[in-house]
Ligand binder design. Sequence first.
Ligand SMILES: Nc1ncnc2c1ncn2[C@@H]1O[C@H](COP(=O)(O)OP(=O)(O)OP(=O)(O)O)[C@@H](O)[C@H]1O
Length: 499
Amino acid sequence: MTETQPDLIRLAGIRKSFGAVMALRGVDLTIRRGECIGLVGHNGAGKSTLMQVLAGTLKPDEGTITVSGHEPVRGYSVSEAQGWGVRCVFQELSLCPNLTVAENARIRHPSLKGPGWRRRAANLIISELDRIFPGHGIRPGDLVGDLTLGRRQMVEIASTFAVSSGHLDLIILDEPTSSLDQVVARQLLDHVRRATAGGCSVILISHILGEILSTADRMVVMKDGGVVEAKPASAYTRDSLVAAMGTIAHDTSHRAGDAHAPAPAAAGKAERSGPVVVEARPPRQRGDRKLVARKGEIIGLGGLAGHGQTSMLVLVHDAAGRSGRVATVTGKVAFVAGDRQTDGVFPLWSIGRNVTIRSLGAMRRFGLIDPRKEREMEQRWKDRMAIRTPDMDNGILTLSGGNQQKALFARALASDADIILMDDPMRGVDIGTKEEVYRTIKEEAARGRTFLWYTTEFEELEHCDHVYVFRTGTLVADLPRSELSEERVLQSSFEEDAA
Ligand SMILES: Nc1ncnc2c1ncn2[C@@H]1O[C@H](COP(=O)(O)OP(=O)(O)OP(=O)(O)O)[C@@H](O)[C@H]1O
């Protein structure tokens, strides 16, 4: 950081409302050159909205944006922002699935035109991928729609960091590690440090507080549409950061049972007992190892991202209620998608209907859906999951990313499913709500529901009774909770047959 240079960007008095919701209520934020800002706050605090203003994709109702000490910029737009060297990777990926990796790079970098653009686009994206994610295994001719969510995110990130013309002064990363496994996430965070050392500024948004504290120079804490604290990262511990974020209002009046009571979880249970409800063997598995889940168990699916965990969940989903050669599943299943854009939300429907859709059968009266029951269910799950909206009749896309994810969770838990399949579903959910959801999962397991939970966060595996580690589409380790450690999972992820 050079003291004599003016601040890179200064936002002052930024306000933005969406109808009755005041998303930003007069935000001031200064971004210095070469610093990494960690931006944190609960779901719906206003982080993404503020970043959209900074990226020029959203026009504030009030406030000024000043770049490099010049006069406040009039009509700050996407092209203005890009001209000032501001780029961002948003939560919702923007790549075209029906185009290749190189073709997508070309769209992001319009200066790559004329003869030979395909080769130059391929070189640009692959060399950037090599720089940030060594060993990534992505080829320029790969169709983006065929890539795992994690790899798509890697392409998006590399494409944003790549410079084909102009200059790069600020990168905004809105939950960039959410679908990356630990190893790849580490590569990205290391790259962020290299970029800031080279003078580029970075704003990093993450709900994974450990990674943000270890990477950022300065933390900016948002709550209810305003910045409530901004201090050097070294001034915080994880706990003091959680305290600074404050609590979100949870209306407990509709809650079934006391979610704050210690969960009667099966954690620490050594012996596995109870009827088997899922038995499944990955198609490529050699030997006789198979995934077994019993009634009331929370089963973790670990390992590096994209190593067959989602396929296993799909296999179990498709085998529901049947017994077959590869899987036997006893009971009804519900799926909580991690890729909410393609598998999760019904974008044209209200928040309420997105929650109740799987339970409409139970709300039928004389062949019609009883609106009173539907309202009741919507309200109960709005409160239980702390879905932040003034009205469940609003469209699902009016919710912040984390709140959309909570709605998907509510849909599965509200249903009559005996077995809940979770495809890395906590991505983008804030720490307060995560704790709430973990408690709900444990309560529901104690009532006899079974959970199959794929997660890329090791900390989440610690909530499981038993963990299966996946590698190249097969089960390579089978760990009871008492034998679970991060080292063990990582070791198994890299070795052919570790347990
Ligand atoms: N297009 C929109 N229409 C209506 N309300 C919106 C819209 N976009 C955002 N909001 C509301 O603005 C508030 C701030 O949302 P924002 O997405 O900025 O939160 P966030 O801090 O990024 O949350 P998350 O951690 O869940 O991503 C929320 O109450 C959200 O519901």
